[in-house]
Each structure stands twice: as structure tokens, then as C-alpha cells.
Design a protein around this ligand. Structure first.
Ligand code: ZN
Ligand code: ZN
Length: 621
């Protein structure tokens, strides 16, 4: 994988949205849809149009309405972009999707190109005539993305032009409507801080940044700020909407009122005015004309927002979304929720792993395992669904980091193979994300060596002690050290932030080679997920969630931090080459297993408890 991939946590790559129900499907249908779009572009005087895989909120999961790329081309991967010209068209995907794109897209109609080796700019060169206008929908790109597109188009001799109304939407006659799932209050018992207190806290940051108001477009920021949750997209309880937070703590929430139940007015209180989504533009105009200085995040806001502010005669203060860092630092109630949710999730995992130990190698396949795990989680009435689509990879499929089982790729869990399962749940008190790798039958010496090196990296992160101010990028090498010593590595980040009943991936912190440079702070939740992948053979990953805690170190000369592990599930002892572990590492694994046993034992049935006792017994035993 590329450097870019090395800096990206695994689930950013892996947790693709479910296959789109709107995908074009056949060559004839792609051809017909391209024809419709081209006629529309010609009518608007456009030489071409850019079709990204994005919605107005730059979300990881898109509502069906925003699945424009798959509607047009048939491509169902989680990242990509098409550029449609009058005579030709191309689709740009990264290395994860070079095979899939050829399966799904008629390549005589849209030529596949692999980024970053092949760029939009290179492709356009020679295809554009001077003055050709290439359209883009400013709602679907961030300002930084628009700047890159503009450079590509202008470098090829054309001009980039924002469209007024998406031309693809104009020809997509049965385009699904915007999602309208009910929005519900996120109770204080889970949130731990009232929305009113959060509004004042963030308003201070807005004022401190020299702004009168901030435009919020990230659904997780709005959900956190207002203590609301919804169901507009898969796997994350978002209410798709926009908001303006003023420096006095008042909020204008631009959301479809039909989503709000009877209890929402009382929950929101007087400080939140509900406005129709279409009113955002005029509200921005009025604020700018009144002299207000508006803040927006160029990394997540649609370019449309900054363009609108500029058109009204203002200049946005470009700054990080002010909710991001406070949201990432969970309060004591939220951390208690994480612990409770992980006991609940741990019960499901223990039952699942016990079932797996009995059944693997006896005919079950990847999809059977996905369904069993889902059912064990669903046995809790607090389960609110998966936090992403489960990665269930047997043998060589485990080595494909973005793997998604389908009836076509489904494999049995065969003896002598490894099985990797990465999954997570949404609960009202937390979001979970856990990976276990288990041996089916007898593992090879090489598998045990590699697994143990991954485990050493996992333990190195779990036990790390570091001064305040340390960024995740500074810890990343700890997770790789034992692999590097054997000439091995893995091509994804070691850890990503996780939301509290929000997105399974959230910033601003991470543990990765590139990293964000954001210091780890107490209360942050982050995954600890080193891995190793042998193409065509097997994949290994050990993932627990951890939270950053202060560490009271005798004699310490400065404030120190460390991690508390939240995830509770046995790590396969049969894959551990004990002789490769230090005494400290053995002690860590034994203590972790002892905790798993004592925390989960009382909560599971007798058969699972018996299995758990064996799976968590000390290494020496
Ligand atoms: Zn993860
Ligand atoms: Zn995961």
C-alpha cells in the first residue's frame, strides 16, 4: 500500500458501506445513464462533470440519495471519483479497488485509473480544449478538494465551474429522497454534560477564535453538541443537518422538522432554533451583511459554505471544527459508558468465540460467523446495530485489509488456517470496535511467530507511558518494533479515535506513522490495532479500544499519561509463541485474561464460562 494508506487506520479502509441498492448494474444501463448526464451537461454548456463519492457532510457512510457514483457507474467501493466528458469518461480509485472497479464498471465506457499514480490532471491533459468548462457540485467537495480539482482542470487548459443544481440529480428520476429517520434526544445519563453547557463551552472557543458564529456541517459534531442521535445513514446514529453556533451559545439548527419527535422541543430548549435546511444560505447572507465573522472548517465543510460567505462579501475564518477536540475527550460518564458497553460487547464476543472454538473447521463459513456474531450482540436490548460492516476473513481473505465477505468470496473456516474478525457495535453508552484472530486447528510456526510479534506491538501500546503533549504518531513505532526486527510491517495506522455512540472513526487524534500531530489527552478513546498480512495466505490483527488516563509514576518529573484497555475478549493463546514474550509481556497477557475472566464470567452462561476459563488461563498453565 502507499504512504497514504500507511497513515490511515484500518477501519477507514475496511468498513465500506453496504453494496448500493442504486448501482447501475449492467453495461447497457451505465451507457444509458451516461447518455442522460451528457445531454444534461451539453444543455448547460459544460464540457464535463466531476462525480465524487461524497455527501454534503463528507461522511464515511452515505445516504442512498448521495450514492451518485454507484448510480452512474456501478462502482460500489467506499472511495472513488468519476470525471465525465462528452466523448470519454474515467473513474479514479485507489489500490484497494483496482480489481473491484474492473468487475463492476464497464471499462470501455469508463476507463479505470489508480490514484495516486494516475491523476485527474494527467488524464485531462490532451482531452480538454481551451475554455472548456468542467462542472462540480460545491456541496460535495471541501475547499481543499476544489483547489486540487481546479489545478488539475486549469493545468489541462480548461476552467472549473461550480454548478447551480447537480446535473446528475436532474437526470436521476427516481433518486431517493433525503433520509428522514427520527431524531431523538441523547440522554444526560449517557452524554454526561448538558447540551446547554456544551453550547456555552464551544461558543467560548468560537469567540476566542475571533468569530461571531461557526458553521457546523459534520454530523457527529452536531449530534455531540446538541445531545441528539438519529438514523440517517448506516452504522452511525447521525441526524444529517447543518448548524450555526453563535458566540452567545445560541444555535440555529437547519434540519427537517419532520424528523423531530414531540419530545425534542423540550430537549433542545430555548437556545436552539429549528430552521428548514434550505434556509441556511439566506441566514449566512444575512449574518455576513450584518458584519458577522463566520468560522468554518475547510477540512470538512462543503466548499459551497465558504463560497456563499464570500459571495455575500465576507471571508470565513478557516479553523478546525471547534467541537472536534472537546468531543474526543470523553467525560467520566462517557468513559463509564464505554466500560459498561464493553462488558456487554464482551459477553457477545465470549459467546461468539466459544461457538467459534466448537464449530470452526466443521463446515462454517465467513458469512455464518458474521450472522452469529450479530445475533450474539443483538441478544442485548441495548444493541443499536453494527458500528461498521463486519470484516470476516478466513485464510487468504484475512490478508485483504479492506475485505468484505460476499456470497462470491465467502470461504469456509478451514483447518490449519487463521480466521480474522473485525467488528463493532453501537450502544447508547458507547461505540465498540474489536478484532480477534483465531487459529482453526493447528497453526504453523510462522503464524505463531507473526501473531506473537503483533501481540508484542499491541502490548507495547497498551502499556505505553508517555509525557503529556505526546502525539499518537510518536507512539506508532512501538506497535511495529517487534515486526520491524523480523523485517516485517503493516500498511495501515495503528489506531483511530472512536466516538461515544457516534462514528467508529473520529478525529482529531490517531496513532499512525503520519499522524495528525494532535497530542493525546485524558479521556480520548483510540484503537490499538497492529496487524500483519501475508498476501494469499493469512491476516493477523489484534484490536482493543483503549482510553487515555493519567499515570501516577513515583518520581516522575512531569505529568505522565498511559492507556486503560476497554475491550474485553480473550486473545487466542494457541497462537502465542511464549518464548518470544518478555516476562512483562507474559504478565500483561495473564493479567488481561484474568480481568476478562472475572469481568465476563459472572455475565455469561455456564458453557461459555467453562470455555472462558480455558481461554483465559495463564500462559504457563
Ligand atoms: Zn478500528
Ligand atoms: Zn476494527
Amino acid at each position: 500500500m502507499q504512504d497514504q494508506a500507511a497513515a490511515t487506520p484500518i477501519c477507514d479502509q475496511g468498513d465500506a458501506p453496504p453494496a448500493s441498492p442504486v448501482a447501475a448494474g449492467s453495461r447497457a444501463e451505465v451507457s444509458r445513464r451516461l447518455g442522460l448526464l451528457r445531454a444534461e451537461l451539453a444543455g448547460r454548456g459544460l464540457a464535463g462533470f466531476v462525480v465524487p463519492l461524497a455527501d454534503e457532510h463528507q461522511g464515511e457512510y452515505l445516504p442512498a440519495r448521495a450514492q451518485r457514483l454507484s448510480w452512474l457507474t456501478g462502482f460500489t467501493g467506499s472511495a472513488g471519483q468519476a470525471v465525465i466528458l462528452a466523448e470519454t469518461a474515467a473513474i479514479f480509485v485507489d489500490g484497494r479497488y483496482t480489481l473491484q472497479v474492473r468487475d463492476e464498471v464497464p471499462v470501455d465506457l469508463l476507463t479505470p485509473h489508480q490514484i495516486p499514480d494516475e491523476s485527474v490532471g494527467d488524464w485531462l491533459r490532451g482531452l480538454l480544449r481551451p475554455g472548456d468548462r468542467i462542472g462540480y457540485d460545491a456541496w460535495l467537495h471541501t475547499p481543499a478538494q476544489v483547489a486540487r480539482l481546479r489545478a488539475a482542470v486549469e493545468g489541462a487548459g480548461g476552467t472549473l465551474a461550480a454548478v447551480d443544481g447537480n446535473p446528475l440529480d436532474a437526470v436521476w428520476v427516481d433518486q431517493p429522497p433525503p433520509p428522514g429517520a427520527p431524531a431523538v434526544p441523547h440522554p444526560l445519563v449517557y452524554a454526561g454534560e448538558t447540551a446547554a453547557a456544551k453550547r456555552l463551552r464551544i461558543a467560548d472557543l468560537v469567540a476566542g477564535g475571533g468569530a461571531d458564529a461557526v458553521v457546523l456541517s459534520a454530523p457527529d459534531s452536531i449530534a455531540w453538541l446538541l445531545n441528539v442521535r438519529g438514523g440517517d445513514v448506516p452504522c452511525t446514529p447521525f441526524v444529517l443537518s447543518f448548524a450555526l453556533l453563535h458566540r452567545d451559545g445560541q444555535v440555529d439548527w437547519f434540519v427537517d422538522r419532520a424528523k423531530l419527535g414531540a419530545d425534542m422541543a423540550a430537549h433542545l430548549g430555548n437556545g436552539v432554533r429549528v430552521e428548514p435546511p434550505a434556509a441556511l444560505g439566506e441566514r449566512l447572507d444575512a449574518l455576513v451583511r450584518g458584519g458577522a465573522r463566520l468560522m468554518a472548517d475547510p477540512g470538512s465543510a462543503p466548499a459551497w459554505v465558504l463560497d456563499r460567505i464570500a459571495a455575500a462579501g465576507g471571508a470565513a475564518i478557516q479553523a478546525d471544527d471547534p467541537c472536534m477536540l472537546p468531543k474526543a475527550c470523553k467525560n467520566a460518564i462517557e468513559i463509564a459508558g464505554f466500560r459498561a458497553a464493553h462488558r456487554r460487547d464482551g459477553v457477545a464476543l465470549a459467546r461468539f468465540l466459544a461457538w467459534l472454538a466448537a464449530e470452526a473447521g466443521h463446515g462454517i463459513d465467513e458469512l455464518d460467523a458474521v450472522e452469529r456474531l450479530r445475533a450474539f450482540r443483538a441478544a442485548s436490548d441495548l444493541y443499536r446495530g453494527g458500528s461498521f460492516e463486519t470484516i470476516s476473513g478466513s485464510g487468504p481473505n484475512g490478508a485483504i485489509v479492506h475485505y468484505r465477505s460476499s456470497p462470491r468470496t465467502n470461504r469456509k473456516l478451514g483447518p490449519g488456517e487463521l480466521y480474522l474478525v473485525d467488528s463493532g457495535g453501537q450502544y447508547p453508552d458507547a461505540t465498540t470496535d474489536v478484532t480477534r484472530t483465531v487459529a482453526v486447528g493447528e497453526p504453523s510456526a510462522e503464524m505463531r511467530d507473526r501473531f506473537t510479534r503483533v501481540l508484542k506491538g499491541h502490548i507495547a501500546i497498551a502499556t505505553a507511558i508517555f509525557p503529556r503533549g505526546t502525539a499518537g504518531s510518536q507512539l506508532d513505532a512501538l506497535a511495529r518494533h517487534a515486526l520491524w526486527q523480523a523485517g516485517l510491517d503493516f500498511d495501515h495506522g495503528t489506531g483511530h479515535g472512536v466516538g461515544s455512540y457516534l462514528s467508529v472513526h473520529e478525529g482529531p487524534h490517531r496513532i499512525s506513522k503520519g499522524g495528525s500531530g494532535v497530542a493525546l489527552r485524558p479521556g480520548m478513546v483510540v484503537s490499538n490495532e497492529p496487524g500483519y498480512y501475508k498476501t494469499g495466505a493469512y491476516g493477523i490483527r489484534i484490536e482493543n479500544l483503549v482510553t487515555v488516563v493519567p499515570v501516577d509514576l513515583p518520581g516522575a518529573e512531569r505529568p505522565m499519561l498511559g492507556f486503560e484497555t476497554l475491550t474485553l475478549a480473550p486473545i487466542d493463546r494457541t497462537l502465542v509463541a511464549v518464548e518470544l514474550l518478555t516476562a512483562g509481556e507474559r504478565a500483561w497477557l495473564d493479567a488481561y485474561h484474568s480481568r476478562v475472566r472475572s469481568d465476563l464470567g459472572p455475565l455469561v452462561d455456564e458453557a461459555t464460562r467453562a470455555w472462558l476459563a480455558g481461554a483465559t488461563r495463564p500462559l504457563a498453565a
